[in-house]
Design a binder for this molecule. Structure first.
Ligand code: SAH
Ligand code: SF4
Length: 341
C-alpha cells in the first residue's frame, strides 16, 4: 500500500437505525413495495447504547444508516440523536474526543442537511449508485410521475453537491456488476468520483435480492423489467467480487488521499472479502453493531451475516485479519481523509 496512511485502517461502527423507507429502488430488499419485510426502528436508547459501545471499543466513529424518510418528526429525531451521540465521551472525560458521525440517510433538503451538520454530523454517505443517468433510470422506478420524481438522478446529484458545499466530508459510491451495466459505465463511475472530488467512497458488488424486480432477473423469476442486456448478464459471484476489487484498486491509484470503505456486501461473496478489499486499497471497515434480532430485517441484499461477535473477539479477529494483510487498525481514531486532518 503506497498511500500516505501507511496501511492504517479505520473502523466505523455501523448502526442500522431503521428499515422504514419511502423509496422503491428496484434492487433493494427493503424497498417500500416489499411487503414481506418486518419494519423496525431502533429506540433512541438503543442507538445511544450502540454508540457508547463503539466509543468504548475504540471504533472512533459511527455510521447511522436507514431507509429514506423525510417527515418532520424523523428529521428532529435525527438532530437529537446526532447531538446526543456527540456528547458521549470515553470514560466520561470532558477532554476526550467525541465520536465521528457519518450519516447515510438518503436524499434530504439542503436545510435538513444543514441542520444535521450543525448538530454534529461530520460526514455523509450518499451513493450515486450508477453515474450514468440512463443506467440510473433503469434501476429505479419511473412508471408513474411521482415515482419518477422521487427517484430522479438530477435530485441525487443536487443532494451530493449540497452536502459538499455545506462542508460535509462527502462520500459516494456505486454498485458493481448490476444488470444492464457495461464496462464503460464503471469507467465513467471512476471519472465521476474524481471530477466530483469525493472525500470517501463506499462501493461494492451488487447482490441480487429475490423479492425485488431487479433481483428477479437474476433468479430467473418473472420480473416486470426487460431482460438484462448488459455486459454483466449472469456474471458469477466471483466475477462481481473480482470486478469490485479491481474498482477499488483503480480508484486508489486515481485518488490516493481519500477514504475507501471495504463494502459489507463483499463479505457475502467471500468471507475474506474485507481483507482482499484492504489489500486492493480500502482503508475503512464498518463492523455491524446492529443487534442480530433487528439485523435480519435489514436485508438490502441476501446472504448478509447474522453473526454477532462480542467486542473482544471482534477486536482480536479484526487485528489478526488486518495484520495478515499488513495493515494496522487505527483504534480510537476518527480517521478523516487527510484533507480534513
Ligand atoms: N437509504 C439510504 C441508505 C441505505 S441503502 C440510501 O439509499 O442511500 C445503502 C446502500 O445499499 C445503497 O446506497 C445501495 O447502493 C446499497 N444496496 C441496496 N440494495 C443493494 C443490493 N441489492 N446489492 C448491493 N448493494 C445494495
Ligand atoms: Fe430505500 Fe436506500 Fe433501499 Fe433505496 S437503497 S429502497 S432509498 S433503503
Amino acid at each position: 500500500m503506497s498511500r500516505k496512511s501507511k496501511g492504517k485502517v479505520y473502523l466505523r461502527g455501523l448502526i442500522e437505525l431503521s428499515n422504514i423507507c419511502r423509496k422503491d429502488c428496484l434492487y433493494c430488499g427493503i424497498r417500500c413495495s416489499n411487503k414481506k419485510v418486518t419494519r423496525y426502528e431502533l429506540s433512541d436508547e438503543q442507538v445511544i447504547e450502540l454508540s457508547r459501545y463503539a466509543m468504548d471499543n475504540g471504533y472512533g466513529s459511527v455510521v447511522l444508516q436507514a431507509g429514506e424518510r423525510c417527515d418532520g418528526n424523523y428529521i428532529e429525531r435525527i438532530s437529537r440523536l446526532v447531538t446526543d451521540i456527540k456528547k458521549i465521551r470515553r470514560g466520561g472525560s470532558v477532554n476526550a474526543l467525541p465520536l465521528g458521525i457519518t450519516l447515510s440517510l438518503g436524499e434530504q433538503t439542503r436545510e435538513v442537511y444543514k441542520e444535521w451538520h450543525i448538530c454534529g454530523a461530520d460526514r455523509y454517505l450518499l451513493r450515486i449508485e450508477a453515474s450514468n443517468p440512463e443506467l440510473y433510470s433503469k434501476i429505479h422506478p419511473c412508471h408513474t410521475e411521482p415515482q419518477q420524481k422521487m427517484h430522479s438522478y438530477k435530485t441525487r446529484l443536487e443532494a451530493l453537491y449540497n452536502l459538499k458545499s455545506l462542508g460535509y466530508i462527502t462520500g459516494s459510491g456505486v454498485m458493481i456488476g448490476l444488470p444492464y451495466q457495461k464496462r464503460g459505465d464503471l469507467d465513467r463511475d471512476l471519472e465521476f468520483f474524481t471530477s466530483f472530488g469525493v472525500d470517501m467512497v463506499g462501493m461494492g458488488p451488487y447482490i441480487p435480492h429475490k423479492e425485488t424486480p431487479l433481483g428477479k432477473l437474476s433468479f430467473g423469476a418473472n420480473s416486470s423489467l426487460p431482460p438484462d442486456d448488459g455486459d454483466f448478464a449472469g456474471y458469477s459471484a466471483e466475477q462481481r467480487l473480482l470486478l469490485s476489487l479491481e474498482m477499488i484498486r483503480r480508484l486508489r491509484s486515481l485518488m490516493p488521499q481519500i477514504n475507501i470503505a471495504a463494502a459489507t456486501a463483499l463479505e457475502v461473496l467471500d468471507p475474506d472479502g474485507r481483507s482482499k478489499a484492504v489489500l486492493a486499497g480500502a482503508n475503512v471497515i464498518m463492523p455491524n453493531l446492529t443487534t442480530v434480532e433487528m439485523r435480519r430485517h435489514y436485508q438490502l441484499y441476501e446472504g448478509k451475516s447474522g453473526v454477532m461477535d462480542d467486542a473482544e473477539s471482534t477486536g482480536i479477529k479484526l487485528e489478526s485479519q488486518m495484520e495478515r494483510v499488513g495493515a494496522k487498525i487505527g483504534w480510537f481514531e476518527i480517521g478523516n481523509p487527510e484533507k480534513f486532518l
